[in-house]
Design a protein around this ligand. Structure first.
Ligand SMILES: *Cc1c(COP(=O)(O)O)cnc(C)c1O
Length: 368
């Protein structure tokens, strides 16, 4: 990132950017789609997904299972789309069956928007099944995979995922400020007639510039450089291994929580990006978050919105590994003990150790 004193309209940048775009496409695992970069946080690319493929008044089905689902609803409303909203209780996911029914009742729906992983609740959607139903209905399948990429399998070409949004600060392991968006041929076709207003996030313009090895606007070159390195790292370990790592950590965390007598917030369709756990009865989850920070310098997240105080969330994205999780669960045991809960030290940690010992990862060496 310290090499960022390059100008974005010079050969220095034009040599770098196509390599980054190519590696990003490889890590996304698509041949058919273009993968573009927006200079924004994740929401910028969600906005691009909303504004580039529809016209005013177009109907879309929006799955809303948490704070990020609510963001899709807000975006659809801001752009004058006619949103059929499928709401799920916090902690639940919208079932593919509900999407199917909604598309039957609304055959004019032009798109389906949902989260692969709803980070606010720790629930995951069945991306493959929803995509299949969406494709059969002829609608555009738009996935906020900002915490899905790198934590769950996403077969863009095989499953027919038309738009897949990612973000730099999640499993890509670099600071916030870049977002990614894959665009399928079917989405480009819809783009030709889509008349919603757009300028900064005009993806057709972005594609044209990308073909010349440039970005539309001044990019945050430090982050492009960071992304180049992160992508090299992901390619070295393999995207499937990154996903497997997150899945194992998530499973181990769930087992540890249950061993400690805690309740999972999204037990039926847990995501591998983050595990949301209910605070013990009578305890504010903020106290657990504070315990991690103050006693151990560890960072976990509280709930958002009305979930604040109710749940705490442990992430599994990117650089996290078992060494982190051994410590996190040991810390959790100590924090609960400090709060007067009857914790048997080591029970949660043993659950994590068991998952590690059983996993293939234990037999492999981790790249430096
Ligand atoms: C983090 C996140 C976003 C993006 O939020 P930004 O603050 O705009 O980066 C969107 N959706 C999900 C599911 C996320 O986890």
């Amino acid at each position: 990132m310290m090499a960022s004193d390059i100008h974005h309209r010079t050969q220095d940048f034009i040599k770098l950017y196509p390599v980054v775009l190519r590696d990003l496409k490889e890590v996304y695992g698509t041949q058919a789609s273009d993968v573009l970069i927006t200079v924004s946080s994740g929401t910028g690319a969600l906005e691009a997904a909303t504004s580039n493929f529809f016209s005013k008044g177009d109907k879309v089905v929006v799955c809303c299972a948490g704070k990020f689902g609510e963001r899709w609803v807000e975006l659809a409303s801001a752009y004058g789309l006619n949103a059929v909203v499928l709401k799920a209780e916090y902690g639940d996911a919208v079932s593919p069956g509900r999407v199917e029914t909604a598309l039957k009742e609304n055959p004019d729906a032009r798109g389906v928007m949902f989260q692969a992983s709803e980070t606010s609740t720790g629930a995951a959607h069945d991306v493959k099944a929803i995509a299949e139903i969406t494709r059969e209905a002829g609608a555009l399948c738009i996935v906020d995979a900002i915490t899905g990429l790198g934590t769950m399998p996403l077969d863009i070409d095989g499953w027919g995922l038309d738009i897949v949004v990612g973000g730099s600060q999640k499993a890509f392991m670099i600071p916030p400020g870049l977002a990614f968006i894959s665009v399928s041929p079917k989405a480009w076709e819809m783009n030709q007639t889509a008349n919603l207003p757009r300028l900064y996030f005009d993806l057709k313009r972005e594609k044209k510039m990308a073909a010349k090895g440039e970005s539309s606007w001044t990019p945050n070159t430090s982050l492009i450089l960071a992304l180049a390195e992160a992508l090299k790292y992901i390619k070295e370990i393999g995207m499937d291994k990154l996903v497997e790592n997150a899945q194992l950590l998530a499973r181990a965390t769930r087992l540890a929580a249950l061993e400690l007598g805690l309740e999972l917030f999204a037990p039926n369709s847990p995501s591998a990006s983050v595990t949301a756990i209910r605070a013990p009865k009578g305890m504010d989850s903020g106290e657990i978050v504070k315990g991690f920070r103050n006693q151990f310098g560890s960072v976990i997240a509280n709930g958002q919105g009305t979930m604040k105080g109710q749940i705490f969330r442990i992430a599994h994205l990117g650089y996290f590994d078992f060494a982190d999780l051994f410590a996190m669960v040991a810390e959790l045991e100590l924090i609960l003990h400090t709060k007067g809960l009857p914790v048997k030290f080591g029970r949660g940690v043993a659950a994590v150790q068991n998952v590690y010992a059983e996993s293939a990862l234990a037999k492999e060496t981790v790249p430096a």
